[in-house]
Design a binder for this molecule. Structure first.
Ligand code: SF4
Ligand code: SF4
Length: 177
């Protein structure tokens, strides 16, 4: 077992009964992460997305987590207060079986970063229904070396195009600089 270190775990609780699917959280997240900041409002670039099934009266805000190169083989279905939710309704993985959390221009995965140094994440600030609640707690965990964001992005490109094609592209691009 590796060295134990103290870590602040940040979470956002979602109250399914309060959310009305207004999608303000998507817009706030997309705007906060636009470059320059607040220069665009495209929900496709948001790290929080609404899963909406109006016939089933289902409104779920999910935040993106890690990139994964394969989707699940089987899916669970949850029944909560008489409504059926698919497992994908609660899953934040950036996976190839749906188009959520893929940056539309670059095709790179988008992961929630808890709005970096903001005291309260933007999606929580904007939600007028108090459907999102931000919480922090200190826990002891095994020390892990996390891959940098650029490494995760490059890995997803390698999975999609193959290493050879990617390295040929880098060589071609470097010759133009
Ligand atoms: S801002 Fe709040 S109420 Fe609106 S979609 Fe997001 S979580 Fe739901
Ligand atoms: S915490 Fe920040 S980065 Fe994460 S979904 Fe909310 S607004 Fe987006």
């Amino acid at each position: 077992m590796g060295k134990l270190v103290k870590q602040i775990v940040k979470t956002i609780k979602v109250d399914l009964d309060k959310c009305n699917g207004c999608r303000a959280c998507e817009i706030a997240c997309a705007a906060f992460h636009a470059k320059p900041r607040y220069s665009s409002f495209n929900p496709a670039r948001s790290r929080i997305r609404m899963v909406i099934d109006e016939r089933n009266d289902e409104w779920v805000a999910i935040r993106s987590t890690d990139y994964t190169k394969a989707g699940c083989d089987g899916r669970r279905v949850y029944t909560i207060n008489g409504k059926e939710y698919s497992e994908c309704s609660f899953c934040g993985s950036v996976c190839p079986t749906r188009d959520l959390f893929i940056e539309p221009d670059s095709g790179l995965p988008l992961k929630c970063d808890m709005c970096e140094d903001e005291k309260v994440p933007l999606c929580v600030q904007i939600c007028s229904r108090d459907a999102l609640t931000y919480e922090e707690k200190e826990v002891e965990v095994e020390e892990l070396v996390k891959p940098a964001e650029i490494e995760i992005g490059l890995q997803s490109l390698v999975d999609k195009y193959g290493l050879q094609k990617l390295s040929d592209t880098f060589v071609r691009m470097s010759q133009k600089i």
